[in-house]
Design a protein around this ligand. Structure first.
Ligand SMILES: Cc1ncc(COP(=O)(O)O)c(C=O)c1O
Length: 415
């Protein structure tokens, strides 16, 4: 079967994948239908921090699947309490509301913030405002895209949801100026992932915490991509030693096996939900709870946040070294590195294609930026292997650019 052709014929064209058909994964490696092996430098947008088919997670998944998988929350189950207790202890929040995808957790955060605004802060009915950042990415529901700054995310999907004010990311003065008596929350990523791993200025998050405190506004951080070790700490907010009022988590929470997300908050915020006010058929199911519990346990036991800090610094130094002339910026935190290419050499998409031919899978975000975000279990030898491959692609790019060699692949011709 021609998988690529069949998928293209029957699947909506809402993504533009690289032309590779993956059939198997193990740890940091992936294989395609022709038996070619690739290093995963993308981790399914940071969902596969524990590596593909992590044996301990697969064991928990299969054991729980054969025992009890889905109950709905019409009843209690013996996995949910145990999972959420662990999640609250790891994160320092009082309570969690389990959902499935990241976007659902963000929707939960928006509902909580608005209800808190009306019922606790006393904002007049229907007037609550939430402040968000320019170039944010929080998911794809109609409400969430309503406050995206990407025109294509929202073109002809209106009418859009009102009640959001956008300020530049990393600018605390603009944020304070945007606060009104109707502001219930600030909702932001501590580091913007899909925008290209944009790291805000040092001290920004502390200032935001202080501003929110002074104006009685909730600080809600979307840690769906930055959380659970990706940035070198369990949570990105820990880099500035602050505590938000609430966070959203997803992606790696499901151990690379299932969609599991959660909204976490202190009691005053979470208590705005009453029975019937919010829910999800699959949210909090015992299968997801068992896997997510194990996923948290493995993050701690394997010291994955610490590994991410050490190996991320190593990867970033290596990328800076090999791409000095071609990369205009290399930035990030932990094993979450964004690289901007000088467009005179080639587009980010062309470089991703060229890397694929050498056995490295990653994807561009916007025209000029490539992300390198391998599973957090990656070893230094594997990073060295990747740096060597990336370096050899860059050497070809240089030769083609300076006219000393003809392009060896159609991708390099695009340069
Ligand atoms: C920060 C952030 N929030 C929310 C989401 C949406 O998550 P999902 O695709 O699981 O709905 C993403 C996905 O990339 C994300 O990076």
């Amino acid at each position: 079967m021609d998988h690529l052709k069949t998928e293209n014929q029957y699947c909506a064209q809402n993504y533009k994948p690289l032309p590779v058909v993956l059939t198997r994964g193990e740890g940091v490696w992936l294989w395609d239908d022709k038996g070619n092996k690739y290093l995963d430098m993308m981790s399914a947008y940071s969902a596969v921090s524990h590596g593909h088919s992590n044996p301990k997670l697969v064991e928990v998944l299969t054991r729980q699947a054969s025992r009890l998988a889905i109950t709905s929350r019409a009843f209690h189950n013996d996995q949910l309490g145990r999972f959420l207790e662990k999640l609250c202890k790891v994160s320092g929040f009082d309570k969690a509301l389990p959902m499935n995808t990241g976007a659902e957790a963000v929707e939960t955060a928006i509902k909580a913030a608005r209800r808190w605004g009306y019922r606790v802060k006393g904002i007049p009915a229907g007037q609550a405002e939430i402040i968000v950042a320019d170039q944010n990415f929080h998911g794809r529901t109609t409400t969430i895209i309503s406050f995206s700054s990407e025109a294509d995310y929202k073109a002809d999907f209106g009418p859009l949801t009102r009640g959001f004010t956008t300020v530049p990311f990393g600018d605390s003065d603009a944020l304070e100026a945007a606060i009104t008596p109707h502001t219930c929350a600030v909702l932001m990523e501590p580091i913007q992932g899909e925008a290209g791993i944009r790291v805000p200025p040092q001290g920004w998050l502390r200032r935001v915490r202080d501003i929110c405190d002074r104006h009685n506004v909730l600080l809600i951080l979307d840690e769906i991509q930055s959380g659970l070790g990706r940035t070198g700490r369990m949570f990105a907010f820990q880099h500035e030693a602050i505590k938000p009022d609430a966070i959203t988590l997803g992606k790696a929470l499901g151990g690379g096996l299932l969609p599991v997300s959660a909204f976490l908050a202190r009691n005053e915020v979470m208590d705005v939900f009453n029975a019937g006010s919010h829910g999800s058929t699959f949210g909090g199911n015992p299968l997801a709870a068992a896997v997510a519990h194990e996923s948290l346990w493995l993050l701690e036991e394997g010291r994955l946040p610490e590994r991410s800090a050490e190996l991320g610094a190593y990867l970033m130094d290596g990328l800076k070294e090999i791409g000095r002339d071609i990369f205009t910026d290399v930035r990030g935190r932990g094993l979450w590195v964004g690289v901007d290419l000088d467009p005179k050499f080639m587009s980010a998409s062309a470089l991703c294609h060229a890397l694929m031919h050498l056995g490295i899978l990653t994807k561009e975000t916007h025209d000029r930026t490539i992300r390198f975000a391998p599973p957090l279990i990656i070893r230094q030898e594997e990073i060295d292997w990747a740096l060597e491959k990336i370096s050899s692609v860059l050497a070809s790019v240089r030769e083609v650019h300076s006219g000393t060699a003809a392009p060896t692949s159609p991708e390099l011709e695009l340069a």
